[in-house]
Design a protein around this ligand. Structure first.
Ligand SMILES: [Zn+2]
Length: 357
């Protein structure tokens, strides 16, 4: 009897713990994300009456179409990205209005200007700025990298703006680059950078997460190059050619914008092994100590198999992480956030890399 009661209490407390954890998870996922992702049965999708969100339904190969524009089979399971409609309205068409309320939106012409500005400095370090291809609407896809990749040098790989509407990521990249330009010879003897600053320029101009084909470019990478799509395929193929088998990349960072929080997306402890997890923790700790907004926050997520971060871990064995900072920051904010503080966050990323390596 005593044993039975004991088991009963144990079961109750386990239920409470699970309930509490579920509530915490819901709260957590409601705020700290790049996008809300759900897996839903078609019948539940057909029942949705939520007018505050747009539900984007995954088709083949990373293409997402609005619910209402696709036919739904009630018995099929769908992968869905859920985007708050008020978030979408922030950017729709009118960047001037946006810029009156939020930190300046980073557009395609900003990256063009940046490339022109940094090229002379980077040339001195043996780098070149190259156009590796064109977006679907004909915009340039840039890369900044050494003319000749030096074997044995610690290589940093960075991507920006897989998602067009996540403009703050590019201000962080600008801060990161300014810091690199200020580094001494010793740094340049030890480290080199391969950067693709704006993967999705068409989405950046349209103010949308997706590219011209409605593709989520961070769900469009694959181990097999033939199964990568659109701008992600051009960049993936360029990277593969450029690396030509060299594997001295010490860290890969994919720069994104979240709904509200600063954090890092990383894989769970046993995805690779505990040592890999601890190694990533080390970077997160270093960054957290240097960046007062980021503070060492992270979210465990083994991600979508065609996410750049996951492909880089799985097929290249890289220490790959996704860096998130809020994408819409009010000009008037209680944290004193500004374009300058975003640049400081970029500088902190470089300092954290230096501390780890
Ligand atoms: Zn993103």
């Amino acid at each position: 009897m005593a044993l039975a009661r004991g088991l009963f209490y144990w079961e109750m407390s386990m239920k409470n713990i699970i309930l509490l954890l579920s509530i915490l998870m819901i709260i957590h996922y409601a705020y700290g994300e790049c996008v809300h992702e759900e897996t839903l049965l078609g019948s539940s999708l057909l029942d949705i009456t939520d007018l505050d969100h747009q539900y984007m339904v995954e088709q083949n190969d990373g293409i997402y179409l609005p619910l209402g524009k696709v036919s739904i089979n009630p018995l099929k399971v769908y992968h869905v990205q859920k985007i708050a409609k008020n978030h979408n309205r922030k950017l729709k068409g009118d960047f001037d209005q946006y810029n009156r309320d939020y930190l300046k939106y980073y557009r395609y012409h900003h990256v063009q200007k940046l490339m022109a500005a940094i090229t002379p400095d980077f040339n001195q370090f043996g780098y070149e700025t190259v156009i590796v291809g064109k977006s679907l609407e004909g915009r340039d896809l840039y890369s900044v990298r050494p003319k000749n990749l030096v074997p044995g040098k610690k290589t940093i790989l960075m991507f920006g703006r897989h998602h067009g509407d996540e403009g703050t990521a590019n201000w962080i990249i600008e801060g990161f680059l300014k810091q690199i330009i200020n580094m001494n010879e010793k740094f340049h003897d030890e480290f080199q950078l391969i950067l693709y600053p704006m993967v999705n320029p068409d989405g950046a101009e349209a103010g949308t997460r997706y590219n011209k084909n409605n593709r989520d470019l961070n769900r469009s990478w694959a181990y097999n190059l033939d199964q990568s799509y659109d701008e992600a395929k051009i960049i993936h193929s360029d990277l593969k050619n450029y690396l030509s088998g060299k594997k001295d990349i010490v860290i890969m960072l994919d720069m994104h914008g979240s709904f509200t929080d600063d954090f890092i997306y990383r894989v769970k402890r046993n995805y690779i092994n505990p040592a890999f997890y601890e190694f990533q923790q080390n970077f997160i700790d270093e960054l957290g100590a240097l960046d007062s907004f980021q503070k060492g926050n992270f979210i465990l997520s083994n991600g979508h198999p065609k996410m750049a971060r996951i492909v880089m871990i799985k097929s290249y064995g890289l220490n790959a992480l996704t860096h998130e900072t809020p994408k819409n920051i009010k000009i008037q904010n209680s944290q004193n956030r500004s374009l300058l503080s975003l640049e400081d966050q970029g500088s902190a990323v470089l300092q954290a890399i230096l501390r780890q390596y």
